[in-house]
Design a protein around this ligand. Structure first.
Ligand SMILES: *[C@@H]1O[C@H](CO)[C@@H](O)[C@H](O)[C@H]1NC(C)=O
Ligand SMILES: *[C@@H]1O[C@H](CO)[C@@H](O)[C@H](O)[C@H]1NC(C)=O
Ligand SMILES: *[C@@H]1O[C@H](CO)[C@@H](O)[C@H](O)[C@H]1NC(C)=O
Length: 373
C-alpha cells in the first residue's frame, strides 16, 4: 500500500511536472482527487451545464463562453447585456430554466450601471447554439433589479438557483451599503423568491407589506455568494463577512440573519460588531470562519463518485485558495477538511455523474473537473 501511494504521488508529479511549476505540484499532491483542466478563462465567475454536453461559462467583463469539454473548444455566445465591469462587478451568474430542454431559456445576473452607481440585475433570454461552437442570446428580458444602486462596485452577489417548485431564488448582496440589509423597503441583502418571470412567488412571508417586500424570503445578508439545496430540500447559503465572520447559514422563511447588527467578525477599520450571541432573535450561522475563507460558491454534494462526501457542503474559497468541506448533521454543521487548490476558487457545480467542477478566479481562471483518484 505504502509503495503504491509513493508510486502514484511520483507518477502524478511526473505528469503535472510537464505542465506546472513546483508549487502546483505540491498542491496537487495534497489533493484527494484527480483534477483535469478543461479550459481557461478571463476572470470567470460562474458556469452552468447544458444538456448537450456543453458548458456555459460567464467571464466577468461580459463574455459568455460555450465550452465543449470533450474537445476543450471555447466558443462565444453573443447578445449578453452590457455589464458594469469594475470592483467586484461584471457578468455574474448563469442558470438554466428548469424546462430548458423545451424552452432554451437561460438566466444571467450582472452588475448594471445607473443612477447612483451600479446594482445587480437578473435577466432571461433564449439561447440558440450554432454549428460553429458558439451561439446567441435573444429576446433578453430583465426580470429583477436591485432596488437601489451604489458606487464602489462591491458585494453584488446574485447567485440564481431554481427550486423543485419552479421558483427562482436570487441571493441579493447589499452592495456594501450595510443597513439596507435590514430595511424592508428595499431588496438589498436579502434572499429573493420569484416565479421564473420575476413576479414575487405566492406565499412569500412579507407579501402583505408591499411590492418590494413580497419578493423577500429572508433578510440581514451581506454578500451571499453561494446557495444550494440539500437532499431534504433545505436551502443553505454561504456569505462573506467583513474582517472575519464568513457564514454558512440554513435559510428559513422570514428569518433575519442579522447583518450588519451582529457578526462574528469586525469591521475593516477594526471596530467591533456585536456577536450573534447578543441577539438570539437573529438566526446565527451554522458554521462561521474567523479568519475568513472568502466563500464564493457552494454545493451540497449529492452524488456517488465521492461517496463519503454525500450531504456535505463544499465551499470554494477566494482568499483561502481552498475547497472547504463541511459535514451537516441534522441542523448542525462542522468544518471537516480544507483542500488546497493553489488559486482563488470561484464557482462550483456537481454534474449528473457526481464529478465536481470548479472554476478559478482571475486572469487565467481554469475550469477544472474533479474526479476520485
Ligand atoms: C415546466 O414544465 C412543466 C410541464 O409543462 C410545468 O408544469 C412547469 O410549471 C414548468 N416549470 C416552470 C418553472 O415553468
Ligand atoms: C408570472 O408567472 C406567474 C406564475 O406562472 C403568473 O401567475 C403571473 O401572472 C406571471 N406574471 C406576469 C407579469 O406575466
Ligand atoms: C468603522 O467602520 C464602520 C463600518 O463602515 C463604521 O460604521 C464605523 O463608524 C467605523 N468606525 C470608526 C472608528 O471609524
Amino acid at each position: 500500500m505504502m509503495h503504491l501511494e509513493l508510486f502514484s504521488t511520483y507518477a502524478l508529479a511526473l505528469v503535472t511536472g510537464a505542465l506546472a511549476g513546483p508549487s502546483e505540484q505540491l498542491v496537487a499532491r495534497q489533493q484527494p482527487f484527480k483534477s483535469t483542466a478543461i479550459t481557461d478563462h478571463s476572470e470567470p465567475w460562474a458556469f452552468a451545464f447544458l444538456p448537450e454536453n456543453r458548458i456555459l461559462v460567464n467571464e466577468r467583463r461580459g463574455n459568455m463562453r460555450l465550452v465543449d469539454p470533450t474537445t476543450k473548444a471555447k466558443g462565444t455566445i453573443t447578445g449578453v447585456p452590457t455589464v458594469a465591469y469594475g470592483g467586484q462587478g461584471g457578468l455574474h451568474d448563469v442558470s438554466l430554466h428548469p424546462n430548458y430542454t423545451e424552452n432554451s431559456i437561460v438566466y444571467v445576473s450582472y452588475a448594471e450601471s445607473g443612477s447612483g452607481g451600479a446594482g445587480c440585475t437578473a435577466a432571461r433570454a433564449k439561447l440558440t447554439l450554432n454549428a460553429n461552437g458558439g451561439g446567441a442570446l435573444s429576446g433578453l428580458e430583465v426580470i429583477w433589479r436591485h432596488s437601489q444602486k451604489a458606487s464602489g462596485g462591491l458585494q453584488f452577489a446574485c447567485r440564481m438557483l431554481f427550486g423543485s417548485d419552479g421558483a427562482l431564488w436570487i441571493s441579493s448582496g447589499e452592495i456594501n451599503q450595510m443597513t439596507p440589509a435590514q430595511s424592508m423597503t428595499g431588496n438589498l441583502g436579502k434572499m429573493i423568491k420569484l416565479y421564473d418571470n420575476g413576479t414575487a412567488f405566492a406565499g412569500n412571508p412579507f407579501a402583505s407589506q408591499g411590492a418590494i417586500q413580497s419578493q423577500i424570503w429572508s433578510l440581514g445578508h451581506r454578500n451571499p455568494l453561494g446557495i444550494d439545496w440539500d437532499a431534504q430540500g433545505r436551502l443553505w447559503e454561504v456569505e462573506m463577512g467583513p474582517m472575519g465572520g464568513d457564514e454558512l447559514n440554513l435559510i428559513e422563511k422570514g428569518a433575519n440573519y442579522g447583518w450588519p447588527l451582529v457578526c462574528e467578525g469586525k469591521h475593516y477599520n477594526g471596530t467591533n460588531i456585536p456577536k450573534h450571541s447578543t441577539r438570539p432573535d437573529f438566526k446565527a450561522p451554522k458554521a462561521n470562519w474567523v479568519p475568513v475563507i472568502s466563500p464564493a460558491g457552494l454545493i451540497i454534494y449529492k452524488g456517488d463518485l465521492f461517496s463519503s462526501w454525500k450531504g456535505n457542503a463544499i465551499i470554494t474559497g477566494l482568499s483561502s485558495q481552498q475547497l472547504v468541506r463541511v459535514t451537516i448533521t441534522g441542523d448542525t454543521a462542522k468544518e471537516a477538511q480544507r483542500i488546497p487548490m493553489g488559486k482563488r476558487m470561484r464557482g462550483i457545480r456537481e454534474d449528473k455523474e457526481g464529478a465536481i467542477w470548479v472554476i478559478e478566479d482571475g486572469a487565467n481562471g481554469r475550469l477544472l473537473k474533479l474526479t476520485p483518484n
